[in-house]
Ligand binder design. Structure first.
Ligand code: ZN
Length: 295
């Protein structure tokens, strides 16, 4: 059993590269074979120190040692069967991906079996030069991730077997994909419900109208009844987003906004005034009773 490399150098696992070098220089002076030529134990210790320094001073070797221990950093045969690490990546989705689901290509950095030595770490009786005896090599390559419709931000999608290879032929870890979802300029999401605001004309508000409104899946008809006030909300069942963990689809809530005509000229101004005279209305009359906070 090899000793812990950090313990050998007398440092903690959070030590920076400078600390590693300083610890090595101090110990090397102390245990150098030149100084301790009479002491076999010192020589063994010096070899351990040199080995610990070689691994901890190489960022790649140190990362492997931190994750897998001495066996992988040194390229010794571990019993096969140690599972590779899970690999975490994030993906950015837009509203259309959420509405319809998507196949997203993501660059995944991971360790894969070394092809040169068939993951053994050995070549011609020596260490494989391609993987430095580790049996695995770090590669970055695209992986296609199937994103289900209805996915939300902060969801973790697990892709089994697409993580790092286990050392020396061990099974693959999983790929864990975290989702980020960009906001949409028109649709606002609340769970599987979707909210939006649709403008209508004064005429449509008074007369009623059958209008077309965008939906996450395409388009739908909305019947605006005569006398619809601005701010009224309509529910379109099943026109929201697909439910992620269940069958069915959420609802779309459409709030109408009455768009006022701009640029009245003298004639239209007179017509509006005439309308106000013909249809007198006191919309705030009932509010008088609430003055001063009365209930
Ligand atoms: Zn190799």
């Amino acid at each position: 059993m090899r000793r812990d490399y950090y313990a050998v150098l007398g440092i903690t696992s959070t030590a920076g590269p400078r600390e590693v070098r300083q610890a090595f220089r101090r110990l090397a002076r102390q245990y150098s074979p030149d100084v301790n030529f009479w002491d076999a134990q010192a020589q063994t210790l010096f070899e351990e120190i040199a080995e610990a320094y070689r691994v901890l001073n190489d960022p790649g070797a140190r990362a492997l040692y931190d994750r897998f221990g001495t066996a992988l950093a040194e390229g010794e045969a571990l019993g096969a069967g140690q599972r590779g690490e899970d690999v975490h990546v994030s993906i950015d989705l837009d509203f259309a991906d959420v509405a319809r689901g998507a196949r997203v290509h993501v660059e995944v950095p991971r360790f894969l079996p070394c092809a040169d030595c068939r993951a053994t770490g050995q070549a011609d009786g020596a260490r494989c030069g391609a993987c430095h005896g580790r049996g695995v090599r770090r590669v970055i390559e695209p992986v296609t991730v199937a994103v289900p419709a209805g996915v939300d931000a902060g969801v973790q999608i697990r892709v089994p077997g697409e993580g790092s290879a286990g050392p020396f032929g061990g099974p693959r870890g999983d790929l864990l994909v975290s989702t980020r979802v960009a906001e949409h300029p028109f649709f606002a999401r609340k769970g599987d419900s979707v909210h939006c605001e649709v403008p209508i004309t004064v005429w449509e508000a008074l007369q009623g109208a059958r209008i077309r409104v965008p939906t996450p899946a395409g388009e739908a008809a909305l019947v605006v009844p005569p006398g619809t006030a601005g701010g009224r909300m309509f529910r379109l069942r099943g026109q929201g987003l697909p439910k992620l963990a269940a069958d069915g689809t959420g609802d779309l809530y459409v709030t109408v906004r009455v768009e006022l005509p701009a640029g009245l000229d003298a004639r239209t101004y007179e017509l509006v005034r005439e309308l106000e005279r013909l249809l007198p209305l006191e919309p705030r009359a009932a509010l008088a009773r609430y003055r001063g906070g009365a209930a």
